[in-house]
Design a protein around this ligand. Structure first.
Ligand SMILES: *[C@@H]1O[C@H](CO)[C@@H](O)[C@H](O)[C@H]1NC(C)=O
Ligand SMILES: *[C@@H]1O[C@H](CO)[C@@H](O)[C@H](O)[C@H]1NC(C)=O
Ligand SMILES: *[C@@H]1O[C@H](CO)[C@@H](O)[C@H](O)[C@H]1NC(C)=O
Ligand SMILES: *[C@@H]1O[C@H](CO)[C@@H](O)[C@H](O)[C@H]1NC(C)=O
Ligand SMILES: *[C@@H]1O[C@H](CO)[C@@H](O)[C@H](O)[C@H]1NC(C)=O
Ligand SMILES: *[C@@H]1O[C@H](CO)[C@@H](O)[C@H](O)[C@H]1NC(C)=O
Length: 762
C-alpha cells in the first residue's frame, strides 16, 4: 500500500521532469476571502492570475483592490494576518476646505449618501452648488462651491476642490495657483493654473481622487466627447492675427488617430471583445462628424498586434469600413505575458516618423495627431514611456522654441485608465494636450462602449436623419428606442381595427403602408405611438394622412390578382411636429440631400448613386422590425436583386388569391423581394410588421429603402416575432427608390407649414 503510493508519486515527479515542466507552486486560496464581498480570478490559482475583489455599490475593497499570483506561489500583496480584507463604505474627499464660508454638517469623514450644504460669510457670494451629496463613485455631486467677493481681479477665484489645498491667492494676469491633495488622495487635472488676460484660468479644475474614485460613463462621455469634438472641429479654418492683420491659417490638414488597447493577461476573452467593440463604436462615432481621419489601431501586451495600419490610409488602400471589418475579424489567440506600454508609444512614434518622411516636413506641419490609449498602466516591460512621449512631442511641435505652445493643438494624448487597480502616477504624466480632460479613470471595460455611444451631442445633431446608438447596455425599452429612434407604432381604430408599424421620416411625418387604412377611415381614427421617456408622452394625434394615389387594391382582379399591392404607401402627418432627441429621430429616406450627407456623398449627388451604394449586391442584407418584448426585435433578410430577383418573385404564384401565371403581374418592379432559406434563412414578415421600414445601416446612420407590404405565406399565426421563412415563403416590400415623386410631392413641399426635406434633382 505505502509503497504503491510512493511509486505513483515518483511516476508523477519523473513525468514532470521528463516533460521539462518547471515545478511551480499554485497560489493558495487561504486568507484571501473578503468580508462582505467576493473575488474573481483571471486564471484560477495559477501563476499570473489576477485576483480582483468586488464589493457592492457604495463600498470598496480594503486594504487592497487586487492581488497577483507570483511565479513562486505567493500573492502580491500578501494577505495580512491582522488587517482583514473587507468591504468599506466609499468615502468622499473632505469638503471642509471652503474659504470664506461654512460647511454643514461638519464631520470627520463623509460617506456615500451623506449630504452637505454650503453657506458663505456675509459679503461673499456663492458660486457652485449649495448642496452636494457624496456619490458611490467617491465624488461629490454638483460643482465646487466657491465663496468670493468682487475684488476687481482679472480672474475669478478658482476655488479649492474637496480634499485639496491651494497656494496662491492672487488672481491677476499671470498669477499662478498651485494645488495639492491631502492624505492618500491624488490629484487629477491641472496642478498649476495661470490667470490669463481673457479672465480664464489655464488648464482645468483639478480633483482629488482616492484609489476607489472612478469617473462615471456620463462624465467621461461628456468630457471626452467635448475634447474629441474639439479635435474634430478645429480642422476647419481658424482665424489668427499675425503682424496685425487677419490671416486664415489653413487647417485643411490631415487628422491621424492612433488607438492602442492593452490586452495583457489580466484581460479575458469577454473583456477583449468589449474593448474591440468599443473601439469600433468610437471610430464610427468619429465618422459621424464630417472628418475622415487616418487610423493606426493596435492591440498590445508584450507584443504589438497591428490591426489597422496608417500607411494603408495614406495609400488610399483602405476605407473606414475595411478598417472596421479588420477590427471585427481580429482575434487574439494565446496572449503573451507581460505588458509593454512603451512599445505601443514607440510604434506610434515610428508611424509618425514614417508620415513625416513620406509627406515631407512642410506638409507634416498640417498633420494633427490624436493618440488614445486604453490601459491599466501596469507595464512590466519596456520601461516608462515618458521619454518616448517627449520625443513624440518634439516631433509634432517641430522644436519651435521661438513659439512655445504654438503647435500644442497638433497633438493630443488621451489615456483611458481602466481596471480594478490603476497605476495613475505612471499614466497621468503621459497625457498631452490643451482644453479639457485627457485622463479618464474607469473601473470596467464594459462601460467603454456606452461611453462612446454617449458622445453624440443631441442638440448639435438635430438635423441628422438615421443617427442612432449602436449598442445596448441592456436590451430594455429605452435602449431599443435609441437604436431605432424612428420607430412608430400605428393603431387604426377605424372601420377595421389594424396595427401597423411606421417610420418617422421627418419631424412631421410617419411613413407606412397604404393597406393599414380602410376606405372611410378618418385622421381621428389613427393613433401614432412614439414614446418619449423624458416627457412620458406616447400617443400622438394625426392631422391628416395621404395614400399613394396609384394604390388600388382591386386593380388587377381581372388579371388573376385578387389583391394588388403596388404603391402600398401612405404618409401620415402628425398634428404637432415631434421633438427630436436621442431616442426620437427621423430615419433617412432615398433621394434626399440629408441621406447624401449621411452617406458622405460629396458635391452634387444623385438618387442613382445612393441606390447603387445601398442596393448593390445580388443579395443585399436588409432588416425590418417586429413587435417583441421589450419593444421590437430586428428581422434579418436578404433582398434578391439582379439575376436573383426573378427566382424570388416567382414564388408569388404560390400566394392565395393569385391565379395569374406571370409573377410580374402581381410583383411589379416597384417591389423588393426577400425570404426563403437558401444561403441564408431569412425571417418572414408577420401581419403586424406591415408598414414598417425595411432598412440598411450605413455606418452610424440608418437608411430606409423599403416598406413592408405583403407576403405569400402566413407563417406567424396570431403571434408576431422572429419567425423564419420556409423554402417557398417570400415577402414583398415597396422599393422607396421607385416612390420618389410621391414622397417629394408631400415631404418636399416648400409651401406648407412644415419643414420640407430637400430632395435631389435627379
Ligand atoms: C479554472 O478552473 C475551472 C474548474 O476547474 C476550469 O473549468 C477553468 O477552465 C479554469 N480557468 C482557467 C482560466 O484556467
Ligand atoms: C516570491 O517572489 C517574489 C518576487 O518574485 C518575492 O518578492 C517573494 O519574497 C517571494 N516569496 C517567497 C515566499 O519566496
Ligand atoms: C453619513 O454616512 C454614514 C455611513 O453611512 C452614516 O453612518 C452617517 O449617519 C451619515 N451621516 C449623516 C449626517 O447622514
Ligand atoms: C474668420 O474670418 C472670417 C472673415 O474675416 C469671418 O467671416 C469668420 O467668422 C472668422 N471665423 C472665426 C472662427 O473667427
Ligand atoms: C491646404 O492648405 C495649403 C496652404 O494653404 C494649400 O497649399 C493646400 O493645397 C491645401 N490642401 C488641400 C487639400 O486643400
Ligand atoms: C388631407 O389630405 C387629403 C389627401 O391627401 C387632402 O385632399 C386634404 O386637403 C387634406 N386635409 C387637410 C385638412 O389638410
Amino acid at each position: 500500500m505505502g509503497s504503491s503510493v510512493l511509486c505513483s508519486w515518483l511516476a508523477v515527479l519523473s513525468c514532470l521532469l521528463c516533460l521539462g515542466v518547471e515545478v511551480q507552486g499554485d497560489c493558495s486560496d487561504s486568507n484571501i476571502q473578503i468580508e462582505g464581498g467576493e473575488y474573481i480570478l483571471s486564471r484560477n490559482l495559477t501563476r499570473d492570475s489576477l485576483l480582483v475583489y468586488k464589493c457592492k455599490e457604495g463600498y470598496y475593497p480594503y486594504p487592497t483592490l487586487t492581488r497577483l499570483c507570483q511565479p513562486n506561489g505567493s500573492w502580491r500583496p500578501a494577505p495580512k494576518k491582522f488587517i482583514r480584507q473587507r468591504c468599506r463604505r466609499v468615502e468622499c474627499p473632505d469638503p471642509n476646505v471652503l474659504q470664506n464660508g461654512d460647511v454643514s454638517p461638519p464631520q470627520e469623514s463623509y460617506f456615500v449618501d451623506n449630504e452637505t450644504t454650503y453657506e458663505c460669510y456675509s459679503g461673499y457670494t456663492l458660486r457652485g452648488s449649495v448642496k452636494r451629496t457624496c456619490l458611490p463613485n467617491g465624488k461629490w455631486s454638483g460643482l465646487t462651491p466657491i465663496c468670493s467677493r468682487d475684488s476687481g481681479d482679472v480672474c475669478a477665484d478658482p476655488g479649492i476642490p474637496p480634499g485639496a489645498s491651494r497656494t496662491g491667492n492672487l488672481f491677476g494676469i499671470d498669477d499662478k495657483v498651485h494645488y495639492r491633495c491631502t492624505g492618500n488622495l491624488f490629484l487629477v487635472g491641472s496642478k498649476e493654473r495661470t490667470c490669463q488676460e481673457n479672465g480664464q484660468w489655464t488648464g482645468q479644475e483639478p480633483a482629488c481622487y482616492y484609489k476607489h474614485t472612478y469617473d462615471t460613463v456620463l462624465e467621461v462621455s461628456e468630457a471626452f466627447g467635448g475634447a474629441i469634438k474639439d479635435s474634430l472641429t478645429t480642422m476647419e479654418s481658424l482665424n489668427d492675427t499675425q503682424e496685425g492683420r487677419m490671416i486664415r491659417i489653413s487647417k485643411n490638414g490631415t487628422l491621424n488617430i492612433y488607438i492602442a488597447v492593452d490586452i495583457s493577461e489580466s484581460i479575458n476573452e469577454d473583456q477583449f471583445k468589449q474593448a474591440r467593440n468599443a473601439v469600433i463604436t468610437l471610430i464610427k462615432k468619429i465618422a459621424s462628424f464630417s472628418v475622415s481621419p487616418n487610423y493606426e489601431i493596435i492591440f498590445f501586451s508584450s507584443e504589438i498586434y497591428e490591426v489597422v495600419k496608417i500607411p494603408d490610409f495614406l495609400d488610399g488602400n483602405i476605407e473606414l469600413k475595411d478598417a472596421i471589418k479588420r477590427l471585427e475579424d481580429f482575434e487574439v489567440g494565446d496572449k503573451n505575458t507581460g505588458t509593454d506600454l512603451n512599445a505601443a508609444f514607440v510604434k506610434f512614434e515610428g508611424e509618425m516618423a514614417y508620415i513625416r518622411d513620406r509627406v515631407k516636413p512642410e506638409a507634416f506641419k498640417e498633420h494633427r495627431h490624436v493618440l488614445i490609449m486604453f490601459t491599466d498602466g501596469a507595464y512590466n516591460m519596456g520601461g516608462s514611456p515618458r521619454p518616448t512621449v517627449e520625443r513624440i512631442k518634439n516631433m509634432v511641435y517641430m522644436n519651435d522654441m521661438a513659439n512655445v505652445g504654438s503647435r500644442d493643438e497638433y497633438l493630443d494624448i488621451y489615456i483611458f485608465a481602466i481596471g480594478a487597480d490603476l497605476f495613475d502616477d505612471d499614466l497621468q504624466p503621459l497625457t498631452v494636450g490643451t482644453g479639457g480632460s485627457h485622463y479618464f479613470r474607469m473601473k470596467d471595460i464594459k462601460e467603454l462602449q456606452a461611453t462612446f455611444d454617449g458622445i453624440i451631442d443631441e442638440s448639435e445633431v438635430v438635423g441628422l436623419c438615421g443617427l442612432h446608438q449602436d449598442y445596448e447596455i441592456t436590451p430594455d425599452k429605452t435602449n431599443r428606442r435609441k437604436r431605432y429612434p424612428w420607430l412608430a407604432f400605428i393603431i387604426n381604430k377605424g372601420k377595421k381595427s389594424k396595427k401597423c408599424i411606421g417610420s418617422l421620416v421627418s419631424p412631421d411625418f410617419v411613413l407606412t403602408a397604404a393597406h393599414c387604412f380602410t376606405y372611410g377611415d378618418l385622421p381621428k381614427d389613427i393613433i401614432i405611438e412614439i414614446e418619449d421617456e423624458k416627457t412620458g408622452r406616447r400617443e400622438r394625434s394625426v392631422k391628416n394622412f395621404t395614400l399613394h394615389p396609384n394604390y388600388k387594391i382591386h386593380a388587377k382582379v381581372n388579371q388573376g390578382v385578387e389583391e394588388f399591392y403596388d404603391y402600398d404607401l401612405a404618409l401620415i402627418q402628425l398634428s404637432n411636429p415631434i421633438e427630436i432627441s436621442v431616442s426620437i429621430r427621423p430615419i433617412c429616406i432615398p433621394c434626399t440631400q440629408e441621406t447624401s450627407d449621411a452617406m458622405k456623398l460629396v458635391g452634387k449627388s444623385t438618387c442613382k448613386q445612393q441606390e447603387e451604394l445601398l442596393l448593390k449586391n445580388q443579395r443585399e442584407r436588409l432588416n425590418f422590425l417586429t413587435r417583441k418584448d421589450p419593444l421590437v426585435a430586428e428581422k434579418d433578410v436578404f433582398a434578391k436583386l439582379g439575376e436573383n430577383r426573378n427566382l424570388c418573385i416567382e414564388k408569388a404564384l404560390n400566394a392565395p388569391g393569385i391565379t395569374t401565371k406571370d409573377p410580374k403581374v402581381a410583383v411589379t418592379d416597384n417591389f423588393l423581394c426577400t425570404g426563403g432559406l437558401t444561403d441564408h434563412r431569412d425571417h418572414i414578415a408577420c401581419t403586424g410588421d406591415s408598414g414598417g421600414a425595411v432598412f440598411k445601416n450605413y455606418e452610424l446612420r440608418t437608411i430606409q429603402v423599403g416598406v413592408v407590404s405583403w407576403g405569400t405565406h402566413e407563417l406567424c399565426g396570431s403571434t408576431d416575432g422572429l419567425i423564419e421563412s420556409n423554402a417557398d415563403s417570400r415577402d414583398f416590400h415597396i422599393n422607396l427608390f421607385k416612390m420618389t415623386p410621391f414622397l417629394k410631392r408631400i415631404l418636399g413641399d416648400e409651401n406648407q407649414d412644415y419643414a420640407p426635406l430637400k430632395f435631389l434633382e435627379s
